[in-house]
Design a protein around this ligand. Sequence first.
Ligand SMILES: [Zn+2]
Length: 432
Amino acid sequence: MRYLLPEYVYTAEGLRRDLAIALDEQGDIVSITPRSSQAVEAGELLNGMALLPGFVNVHSHVFQRALRGHTHRPLSRQDTFWTWRRAMYAEAQRLTPDSLYAIAQHTYREMLAAGYTTVGEFHYVHHQAYGQPYSMPNAMAEALLAAAQSVGIRVVLLMTAYAQSGFGQAPLEEQQRFCDASVDAYLARVDALRATGAPVGLAPHSVRAVPEPWFRRIAAYCQQHHLPLHVHADEQVSEIAQCQAAYGCRPIELLARFDALSPLTTIVHATHADMNEIQLMAHNQATVCVCPTTEGDLGDGIAPYAELVAAAIPLTIGSDSNTRLDPLEELRWAEYSARMRYQRRRVLVAEETASPGPFLLACGTRQGARALGVQAVGELAVGMAADFVAIDLAHPMLHGWTEHDLLDMLFFGASAQIIAQTWVQGKCVWTR
Ligand SMILES: [Zn+2]
């Protein structure tokens, strides 16, 4: 038994002082109690630190970290998501298993430094250029898993299915690396990865890129094996127009028609979701993952936060293109962009008395873990894995903090630089 003695720990009951956290050999929490003399004698002091549950990054395309800074100059006469996508595809074309491993290792280490302890990797560069599978068909996926393991971050590999460039259109040459020959070939690769014990979710890329028969098979597979289903939807207005032209309905309505909306589903973005789509997500208990720094960078728009929250749809965050890696900034921009959309200061938490800190923390931790199907993560409580960040309470950014508003000070007045240590499964995997 190991004992950790932080000055403060954020439990389900809120911020608590002078507790001892006991860990077993697996790195799971077996007790959180007032400090006994035994704990004090044997414990590791984390003086001046407050422990928070580790942040959960629900949506990452790790290789896109290489694009930051290189895609902000003019790329065309009128830059949009679609002109950025050409630069992203060019980057994707260059990847090999070795180069993917290298950038993933570097970027996952940066995620740990920023306080992310779990990442959902929405992985779609599967095959060689022009779609020829590698001799090991999951070589790229295994490179990501190995990179995550080498730095100690918890990863859920969201295996992306991709079949077409648009509704009923063959894939473009630069999309062929993303595509499997059939849904059976795709599911066989998912089966093979699951057989290794890797945490896996399924990710039909979007209603644009995946046809109905694939969606139905993938959704049934998720139900059968109780695995998360993640899908991009409603990020771009033109995607909605194309969906309406092809099917006479909007993307999230189409997902409902395909039986792809359930409590296992996470809709990534939902930026332009309308009221009917929001009701469908709520009715089917789906989750939404917003990616505010990426949505800002790409000019996507601002999600209908007030309506999502009113419908009690759980919100989670993703760093998506990985231009920025800072969960505090990601959550702050969810809050700030919501305020700007509605021109008032209380949108995400409407109650008269509640402050936004605990709400934002739940979005960044507990709800994210649930969206990725990771059971024992997202809270510091008995029976959970010891995944946490240690906040440096003496950092100048936190000068003047109080027990009452520490979380608000973190989300509105600080950056990830206040994180002194990051722990995953009871192991310190990053220290400042
Ligand atoms: Zn994405």
